[in-house]
Design a protein around this ligand. Structure first.
Ligand code: A3P
Length: 297
């Protein structure tokens, strides 16, 4: 790690933070299920959307759910996003309906489930049962930018973060944000997804060609949808439409909505030139053998 991102001892810690198998986590992640993954009662026809936070998870989930409902929006408009798609490792008394393990149990199959767990913390039985995996990844500069804003928008999860972006970037580069090191997370899943029956999506590709993402997800899940249905789903999940939907977007703090900018390249408004150069140095070293590349604009 370049000295540039060195953290001092007094770095910001989220409420109830703990480290499990080297991953920095928060109190809203149920430790019991990490120790006993069998508590997740996985079914072979489950479909998981897996991602590092702020990579386009919500967008991918909404697209996938509409595909699984053949474009019918009735279910989407019946409950808010978090209650429709169980977030499997989540548990916080303040949000009782979002208890992941319980929420999974009451959903009908085939279930659409969300997780941000790195592969080595993911319930391993799911990897051997024929479950579907849609992995969505976003360039890490925009990911950290989005995550920085999200920390400030969601004090019930992340506490009272008052640091500036430079400080946050140091936390991110040291794996001291919730769900830990982006590089470990991405490389871990990427290694697994290559060669397994999984769908890999990049946020930047989805932005460039959203219809293509809808087509890919439908094909992966074996839904034979007409062009008009594909168009309808794609349009329904446009940033503007999702932002306007009370079933998808929300604000914990006025003026800080869950759906923020929905753009690629916003990192340029946050990184200094020096931070960008130091980031690239780490990125090039950590990703050099991965075969994975990103659009940054
Ligand atoms: P920004 O903070 O950059 O706006 P996740 O769902 O994984 O938490 O990711 C959230 C990010 O995806 C946010 O990024 C959010 O605005 C963006 N996003 C959500 N829905 C989107 C859509 N339909 N089109 C483009 N971006 C979207």
């Amino acid at each position: 790690m370049a000295d540039f991102f060195k953290l001092n001892e007094e770095y910001y810690r989220v409420p109830g933070n703990f480290t499990f198998k080297d991953v920095y986590l928060a109190e809203f992640i149920r430790k019991e299920t990490l120790e006993r993954p069998e508590l997740f009662q996985i079914k072979s026809d489950d479909c998981f959307v897996v991602s590092y936070p702020k990579s386009g998870t919500t967008w991918t989930l909404e697209l996938t759910q509409l595909i699984m409902n053949n474009g019918d929006t009735t279910y989407t408009e019946s409950e808010n996003h978090f209650d429709r798609m169980p977030f499997i490792e989540f548990k916080l008394p303040k949000f009782p309906k979002m208890d992941g393990v319980k929420a999974m149990q009451i959903k009908e199959s085939p279930r659409l489930l969300k997780s941000h767990l790195p592969i080595h913390l993911f319930p391993s039985q799911a990897l051997h049962m024929g479950c579907k995996f849609i992995f969505v990844v976003r360039n890490p500069k925009d990911t950290v930018t989005s995550y920085y804003n999200f920390y400030q928008a969601m004090p019930s999860l992340y506490g009272d973060y008052k640091g500036d972006f430079s400080n946050y970037l140091k936390l991110f580069m040291n794996g001291k944000v919730v769900y830990g090191d982006w590089f470990d997370f991405t490389l871990g899943w990427w290694k697994y997804l290559n060669g397994n029956n999984a769908l890999f999506l990049k946020y930047e590709d989805m932005k460039k060609n959203p219809r293509d993402a809808t087509v890919k997800i439908a094909k992966y899940l074996n839904y034979d949808l007409g062009d008009d249905v594909i168009d309808k789903i794609t349009e329904y999940c446009s940033f503007a439409k999702m932002k306007a939907s009370k079933f998808i977007n929300f604000e914990e703090i006025k003026g800080r909505p869950f759906l923020r900018k929905g753009a690629t390249g916003d990192w340029k408004n946050y990184f200094t030139v020096a931070e960008d150069e130091a980031f690239d140095e780490v990125y090039n070293e950590r990703m050099k053998d991965s075969g994975l590349s990103f659009d940054w604009e």
